[in-house]
Design a protein around this ligand. Structure first.
Ligand code: SN0
Length: 315
């Protein structure tokens, strides 16, 4: 595996789950693969789970790990081509990325949506430059449009907690004070459409995801109807795709609460975290016995380790 950006990069999901569960059972069994190999994790944005879980996954594989918080510890990077560099960015991505590639065997990058340009974000300008110029395999630690390690961990978590062969999984938009990327929702949709689940997305009008992610999913604009008989409720905020990066609603009637959870089939509650309590979800729901946000976060190590293992195998 040379890159990990989207669901197609992992191939057959059943096989990927099988490998993930082997790793979860026996996390230190593959250390020979990572011996004397180095991974560098580059962050353009804040991170708690992605940073720590990917570090842990690489350490489980016997690798050396370096982390660079590029906006704090590195030079600010210019990514435009052909510009006169007389501003606040001292280093060009065209030198910085191949140099980072010289110091490691795998690069992980968190780039995030900038919301400056829908086109640049949806063309994955930053992570594609890492693929183009680094010379080593690249793992997305959340790019502008996707969060594939999160979605893989989500699938593992659903597989572990499902009570029936084909559970009903609902992705619900929920209110938030800031403009957030569509990345988590996009990836979750991309993965659930390929998984063996009944998948429904619910959101207010104007929050439609890009066609490539929403096509083939059932869209239900009535959140209460969507929740009926659900086995998993996956809450997430995202900003508008159509009105790109805009917050067009903060309607607290969309907050996931006890009354709406009562409409479900005793559904488990999921969220990628960090979560804004009493905006996205009430204290009561996130602290209920049906909340699986912590085991979900724990599976971030498993998804990252499965991907790193596959990359090490193909070096
Ligand atoms: C990230 C996102 O893409 O929406 C989730 C994964 C890291 N969330 C945030 O940035 C939340 C920030 C906030 O202000 O609550």
């Amino acid at each position: 595996m040379k890159r990990y950006l989207k669901v197609d990069d992992i191939g057959d999901l059943k096989q990927a789950l099988k490998e993930a569960f082997e790793i979860k059972k026996n996390p230190y069994a593959f250390q020979e693969l990572g011996k004397n190999k180095t991974i560098i994790l580059v962050f353009f944005n804040s991170s708690l789970r992605t940073r720590l879980s990917t570090q842990k996954a690489a350490m489980n594989m016997g690798m050396n790990v370096m982390v660079l918080d590029i906006n704090k510890d590195g030079w600010k990077l210019e990514s435009e081509m052909g510009v006169v560099m007389d501003g606040d960015k001292p280093e060009h991505i065209k030198e910085a990325v191949p140099v980072i590639g010289q110091y490691c065997d795998i690069i992980g990058v968190r780039s995030f949506a900038t919301f400056e340009s829908k086109e640049d974000d949806y063309n994955e300008k930053v992570i594609n430059q890492f693929i183009q110029y680094s010379g080593v395999p690249v793992i997305s630690l959340e790019s502008a449009t996707r969060h594939p390690l999160q979605a893989f961990a989500d699938l593992i978590t659903i597989e572990e907690h499902k009570q029936k062969e084909r559970p009903k999984v609902v992705l619900t938009w929920a209110p938030h004070p800031r403009a957030l990327p569509q990345a988590v929702a996009n990836s979750f949709a991309e993965w659930m459409k390929k998984a063996d689940v009944e998948f429904v997305i619910t959101h207010p009008r104007g929050y439609e995801l890009a066609d490539e992610f929403s096509q083939g999913a059932n869209i239900e604009y009535d959140q209460r109807k969507a929740f009926k008989d659900a086995d998993f409720i996956y809450a997430k905020n995202w900003s508008s795709f159509k009105d790109y990066g805009q917050v067009i609603s903060q309607d607290r009637d969309w907050t996931v609460d006890e009354e709406k959870m009562a409409l479900t089939n005793n559904a488990k509650f999921m969220h990628c975290l960090p979560v804004r309590r009493n905006m996205i979800v009430t204290d009561g729901v996130i602290e209920s016995k049906n909340s699986i946000v912590v085991p979900q976060a724990a599976n971030r190590v498993v998804s990252a380790q499965t991907v790193i293992k596959r990359m090490l195998e193909s070096l």
